[in-house]
Design a protein around this ligand. Sequence first.
Ligand SMILES: Nc1ncnc2c1ncn2[C@@H]1O[C@H](COP(=O)(O)OP(=O)(O)O)[C@@H](O)[C@H]1O
Ligand SMILES: [Mg+2]
Length: 283
Amino acid sequence: MSIARARGQVDVSNFGLCFGQNTAVSDISLYVEPGEFVSLIGPSGCGKSTVLNAVAGFLTPTTGQVLVDNEPVRGPSADRGMVFQQYSLFPWKTVRQNVEFGLKMQGMGKSERLATARTLLSVAGLHAFENHYPEQLSGGMKQRVGIIRALATGPRVLLLDEPFGALDAQTRMIMQGLLLDLWEGLKISVLFVTHDIDEAIYLSDRIYVVTAAPGRIKAELTVPLPRPRDSGMSETPEFLTLRSRLHELIREESLRAMGNEVEAGSGRGVGRDLADAIGAARH
Ligand SMILES: Nc1ncnc2c1ncn2[C@@H]1O[C@H](COP(=O)(O)OP(=O)(O)O)[C@@H](O)[C@H]1O
Ligand SMILES: [Mg+2]
């Protein structure tokens, strides 16, 4: 195995993060081996984005540590590409300028930048849109640009935060296939956040289930499906067994998360609060 291939190892150990008084994540340990595809799944607000942002270097751990290739993460770096749920393209830049941005920051010359951006855009089927602005693109296209932009600088680790959450089912499947193709071709490590069980199974080598806030790891499951994957696998006994196990784990945590929210409110139950509010609005 070459040295280049052996890189991209993520080690999060006993990671905790507080926002003021609020403990977002209490104690999370997880790892991604070089070239592995790992997903984090769990109820809303359990700290999935917080973990990803700490690996990206946007947040500093309150406790524990985050290592990438045995080095503590000290800030954002081109080694770690990030794809956000909200389309985060620069609206005033064209598609190609968006892809070129990170390369420019790395000091790459103009003609090389142009050639690299064009190659990546054609891999993603976007060559005809290089001079469009983000607002002129569909959601799926914007997210393809987001992925290409994150990959342009040659990261060892790709971090994706519910990247397909806003897409329709058909586009989502196409994007999942594209992501797997890119991952297999580039042999980089992926840490992928989703709340979609089927998506996590279809894409991942391993899946971590995170508890309701403050997040901890509740379970770690290996996906026993061969690669390349195809959509027909969702009918296999292996897929169905894993799906029902994940449903069970996540249902418990979603109920706990809802229970916490109800407690944090009036304690009378969300349904009654809503009924009161609707009643008041009608008067
Ligand atoms: N910038 C912030 N300031 C204060 N609290 C935050 C901030 N970001 C996230 N949180 C809180 O941390 C917890 C975990 O958030 P997040 O990581 O976004 O969860 P998830 O991605 O699993 O939905 C939530 O309670 C959220 O309200
Ligand atoms: Mg999130």
